[in-house]
Design a protein around this ligand. Structure first.
Ligand code: BMA
Length: 377
């Protein structure tokens, strides 16, 4: 094809500009990737994939989660042979997010503080992971000083920090925890990545690591030392770290115990309805808008890491009280607490007051259950 000289030159110039433009795009993506790296610099590629999926989910809606979903429910307990969940009994679908609890793993026990067997837990985690569900792990470790429960507030943090009288014992605890994490493998022997949410609700005063029982500085050291021991000494590389205060009195308090951007992957908040719906709605509005701000500053995904109304006695709670205030909020998931006993449960079971509303809730296009998150890669 014949082109006059001038035209040829302009085409070359265009090509050069195009190349420069493409090059700059490439470096912006590289930069974006760099910003979004994991707290654990040696995090496995499965962990990185989970992190990216968690961010993708928020673009579509939010994932529904239930604590101990497949371990037990109202009037049943998984003996290892069951594929059941109260949420599935009601809706025909499984949750997208699976919460499990590690309390007593530190002691080397074979069952957790809620009598869930740790081997069963590993199998339930494998199954949920295989189905493309997301796993989040909470931990209510015993008080290392008094040897009583996590709710015993005898001061203890200072003793388990480096230089403290129980530091070595705490390292043994973390060794047991690390073994559990390192034991999470799929059928091909690859890592199963999980979200770990230790030392949650620290701004409340009910746990030994909470407000009034250690200083913010001690808390931050506890988090950082825990992170360093797990990742650097015990080679745990399948974990995303979630920071998860309880609903806030003052918005400044969200970052009061924050261990730093380098130690946290996901920002969470726990918000329960204890009083009337109006109070709960106000808390959701206030806390989630704060979470949005902090998360956008820090460029991190965020979640409603625990939520619920005990016994869900309000028939339309899911679609009228909860969803309108978290829909389109940018949270990646909302996790509802366990169905433990007839007066301690947070998800419906067949025949429960809120069951039919829960089905409407499940059918909302932005509320994601297992079959929906499966498609998000
Ligand atoms: C609490 C209650 C306790 C339980 C703990 C850890 O909120 O459900 O009964 O032991 O969580 O799962």
């Amino acid at each position: 094809e014949y082109l006059p000289m001038r035209k040829k030159i302009t085409s070359w110039i265009k090509i050069i500009f195009l190349l420069i433009y493409l090059q700059s795009c490439k470096s912006t993506t590289a930069l974006m990737k760099q910003e979004a790296t994991l707290a654990d610099k040696m995090g496995s590629k499965q962990t990185e994939y989970l992190f990216n999926r968690i961010k993708e989910i928020a673009k579509v809606g939010y994932a529904f989660g239930h604590q101990d979903a497949t371990a037990y429910g109202m009037g049943w307990k998984n003996d290892g042979s069951m594929k059941r969940s109260d949420v599935h009994d009601v809706t025909g679908e499984y949750p997208a997010v699976y919460g499990f609890e590690l309390g007593h793993i530190e002691l080397g026990h074979s069952i957790n503080l809620d009598t869930v067997n740790f081997e069963l837990m590993q199998r339930l985690i494998q199954r949920a992971h295989k189905a493309k569900g997301i796993i989040t792990l909470s931990w209510h470790p015993d008080n290392p000083v008094s040897k009583k429960s996590a709710w015993d507030t005898t001061p203890a943090v200072i003793e388990i920090l480096k230089g403290g009288s129980l530091h070595e014992k705490y390292k043994e605890w973390l060794f047991n925890l690390a073994n559990f994490m390192n034991g999470l493998k799929d059928d091909s022997g690859n890592d199963i990545p999980v979200v770990f949410r230790p030392f949650h609700e620290m701004n409340g005063n009910w746990f030994w690591w909470g407000n009034g029982h250690c200083s913010p500085e001690e808390y931050i050291n506890l988090w950082r030392e825990t992170f360093n021991i797990l990742t650097k000494e015990y080679n745990v590389h399948n974990v995303l770290y979630a920071y998860s205060p309880n609903t806030l009195e003052k918005t400044e308090d969200y970052l009061k115990y924050y261990p730093g951007d380098l130690y946290v992957d996901i920002l969470g908040i726990d918000i329960y309805q204890h009083g009337n719906s109006e109070e709960f709605i106000n808390a959701l509005k206030k806390d989630i808008s704060l979470l949005q701000k902090v998360a956008s500053d820090k460029n991190k995904p965020y979640a409603l890491s625990e939520a619920g109304l005990n016994e869900v006695p309000i028939a339309n709670w899911w679609t009228k009280v909860l969803d309108p205030y978290i829909a389109k909020s940018g949270i990646s998931w909302a996790l509802f607490w366990r169905n433990a006993w007839p007066n301690h449960y947070f998800a419906p079971y067949p025949g429960q007051t809120s069951a039919s509303d829960f089905i409407l809730f499940k059918n909302l296009p932005h509320v994601l259950f297992l079959n929906d998150v499966k498609k998000i890669r």
